[in-house]
Structure formats: structure tokens, C-alpha cells
Design a protein. Structure first.
Length: 113
């Protein structure tokens, strides 16, 4: 039986401390995901600006930066889901709704230069 399976009355002081630590770790993981997604949004705005007026080289560099930021966000999302599952939280609709991942991007051939 895990911590989340116990009622408040059944929890010992050690259970309470473990629950606090687990909640704190989940919060930190969520913060890392939020930071990675914010950076990804910033990178996407730079990519959009480059697609409008950048050279082919600038577009490729912006796309490379976007893909790197996307991978970072995907890793942070995966770590967050693993953390949730470790706590017994198996449904991730919440994650999909509040931390949506934008699609991977590519430069359309007409914009590649």
C-alpha cells in the first residue's frame, strides 16, 4: 500500500513527511516542465520571425534551436509523467490539458530559401 492509498487518519508522521517530500518533488518536476515549455514558446516565436524574413541559414539555425528546445520540453514532460506514476497517479489527461506539447516543426520547402 502506497502513501496515496492511506487515509489521513492512517498516516504516521513518517508517512506525512514522505508525502510532503513526494509533493515537493512533483512540484519541482512541474516547474521544470513549465520552464521548458516557456523556453519552447520563446524559441517558436523566434522561429516564426525567422521564417518570415530570415535567410535560409537563419531559418535552419532557428529550426535547430526549436527542435532542441522541443526535445528538452519532451524530456521534462516525460520526467513529470514518470514522477506522477511513481506516486500512483496513472491518468495523465491533466498533463495533456495543462502542459500541451506543440507539434514538432519543419520548414516548408517554399520557405527554406
Amino acid at each position: 500500500m502506497g502513501i496515496l492509498d492511506k487515509s489521513v487518519r492512517e498516516m504516521t508522521p513518517i508517512d506525512v513527511e514522505l508525502f510532503r517530500e513526494a509533493a515537493s518533488a512533483l512540484a519541482r518536476s512541474g516547474e521544470r516542465l513549465e520552464e521548458a515549455l516557456a523556453f519552447l514558446r520563446e524559441t517558436e516565436m523566434l522561429l516564426q520571425a525567422c521564417l518570415g524574413e530570415g535567410t535560409a541559414s537563419e531559418k535552419q539555425e532557428a529550426l535547430k534551436a526549436y527542435r532542441k528546445a522541443w526535445q528538452r520540453a519532451e524530456r521534462a514532460r516525460y520526467a513529470y509523467i514518470v514522477q506522477r506514476e511513481a506516486l500512483g497517479l496513472r491518468t495523465h489527461r491533466f498533463v495533456d490539458r495543462f502542459y500541451p506539447m506543440p507539434p514538432q516543426r519543419r520548414i516548408p520547402s517554399s520557405e527554406s530559401g
